[in-house]
Design a protein. Structure first.
Lengths: 98, 394
């Protein structure tokens, strides 16, 4: 089971209180996590990545195991700790806005 | 007993202010969508319990919200809360998606517009500025968006399609963003003629459709904008807002960047009615609910000083359709006031004694239950107000 931590505003939109847990079949990548997340919580479509291009929204970052994966390929495998559920995949609102 | 419901969009959430017909005692509900920018909320004339809201954020983009119980509860259309994974072949999460139409069937509207440096720039969706529900069908609603385009939903905002004839009519490549972005901020429907729609864009101008949004023509003759190379150009004018009285759909009033303008032939020709205003820069303009020649503006000092003139918060009223204006000051601060009033932040109710409402960048929402003769604050300390709409309820 994959664990995903969402920013507070997205937890409100998705009507969840804490971590989200997702079942993923196949390789665990940014893309497979976001696909599963948006399938389970369709109200989040467009809030993390663009509806059509699937590009990450500029002010969001992806972290795993204390590393920034935001600019890595969306199809690159994530660390085993993410795939095993030992560590959460973090979606974080960048510190921006003044 | 008659009631009013004031829908307030702010930089940090939405608020709903309610009172009975006396408009003396107010209940405040909110913040709804706390922390999000709420550019606009508007109720359906066909079903007052149906309210649409545009919720957006620089981080998370555009969210559409809908209430079917007068603003008590909200949901994203087509994606009810708690619903499990989307069933196969049933699109979900489409209510937030505003995809520009580039199909051959609709004429492949050009996909670039003029950028600040004069080069062409691709159309990029940013947010919904204005929502305009249909007079007759609660499920039909129009959305004006940045970068400028007009979208329509016929299923209660579950999904949207662009009325692509607007961007495709020919002048699109000459449109350019104003300081606030290239936004379609004004949508006016004609209660008598469902085929007629007016819209306005900063900084392109005003446009009219007489076939329910399929085809469009610019209606900017008579507008003069000193800052563009051809001051009489067909497009390129920074129209800030347009207002119309429902009984006179051919008469329009416009607050342009500078100049208050009037047209009596559905926008085919405009003339200036700024008259004795202390400054004719501004954003908001509206028409009295029962007197089609009584109009209201909120003069702002200048395009470089976006606050009220001389530190005095004054709404100006003309009872002659323009040119002759009187300041309305009773109950409003007349010294050390430096707030702005944005284009969608003024509205009127339709009670017998017409109520006027406006919100400020300082977070105040002022009301008058006497057509502007005197004012009182409903709330003083909201986040900066982006929009104000009013529902008059039975």
């Amino acid at each position: 089971m994959i664990r995903v931590e969402l920013p507070a505003h997205l937890r409100t939109l998705a009507h969840v209180g804490g971590e989200v847990r997702l079942e993923i079949v196949g390789p665990v990548t940014q893309r497979s996590i976001l696909d599963a997340l948006e399938s389970r919580y369709p109200m989040l479509r467009g809030t993390i990545r663009d509806h059509d291009s699937l590009q990450r929204r500029p002010f969001l970052r992806f972290f795993a195991c204390a590393e920034d994966f935001s600019n890595e390929s969306p199809d690159a495998p994530l660390p085993l700790e993410i795939a095993s559920g030992a560590e959460p995949f973090l979606i974080i609102g960048a510190i921006a806005g003044g | 007993m008659t009631k009013v419901r004031v829908l307030v969009g702010t930089r940090k959430g939405a608020f709903i202010l309610s009172a009975d017909g006396k408009r003396e005692n107010w209940q405040v509900s909110g913040p709804h969508f706390a922390g999000w920018e709420i550019y606009h909320l508007k109720g359906s004339p066909a079903d007052p319990n149906r309210i649409y809201a545009s919720q957006s954020s620089g981080w998370f983009g555009q969210i559409m919200q809908r209430s079917d119980d007068g603003g008590k509860t909200w949901f994203q259309p087509g994606t009810p809360p708690g619903e499990p994974a989307a069933p196969p072949n049933v699109p979900k999460g489409e209510s937030n998606k505003f995809a520009y139409d580039t199909s051959a069937e609709t004429g492949k509207p050009l996909t670039s517009h003029q950028w600040y440096d004069g080069t062409q720039h691709p159309w990029e969706f940013k947010r919904v500025w204005h929502l305009e529900p249909s007079f007759t069908d609660p499920d039909t609603v129009y959305a004006g968006v940045e970068d400028a385009a007009l979208f329509k939903s016929t299923n209660g905002a579950e999904n949207w399609h662009e009325l692509a004839g607007l961007r495709g009519h020919g002048t699109g490549p000459q449109w350019q963003p104003g300081a606030g972005g290239m936004c379609l901020h004004t949508i006016i429907l004609d209660r008598k003629n469902p085929n007629r729609i007016y819209i306005a864009i900063s900084a392109a101008g005003a446009f009219r459709s007489d076939d329910a949004g399929s085809t469009w023509k610019p209606i900017n003759q008579g507008l003069i904008s000193q800052f563009i190379p051809d001051p009489n150009a067909e497009v390129g004018h920074c129209v800030h807002h347009v207002a119309m009285h429902p009984s006179r759909p051919d008469t329009l009033f416009m607050q342009k960047h500078w100049d208050v303008m009037r047209s009596d032939n559905a926008g085919d020709r405009w003339h200036e009615v700024s008259g004795n205003l202390p400054t004719d820069f501004g954003f908001a303009i509206d028409v009295h609910a029962h007197e089609p020649e009584t109009i209201y503006v909120a003069p702002i000092t200048s395009d470089s000083l976006h606050f009220v003139h001389e530190g005095k918060l004054r709404i100006f009223r003309s009872r002659s359709g323009g040119n002759e204006w009187e300041p309305l000051t009773k109950g409003l601060p007349q010294s050390d006031c430096y707030v702005n009033i944005l284009r969608d932040a003024m509205a009127v109710d339709s009670l017998d004694s017409c109520g006027i409402y406006f919100g400020t960048s300082g977070g105040q929402v002022y009301a008058s239950s006497s057509a502007g003769d005197s004012w009182f604050p409903i709330v003083r300390d909201l986040p900066a107000v982006l929009s104000v709409e009013v529902q008059t309820l039975p």
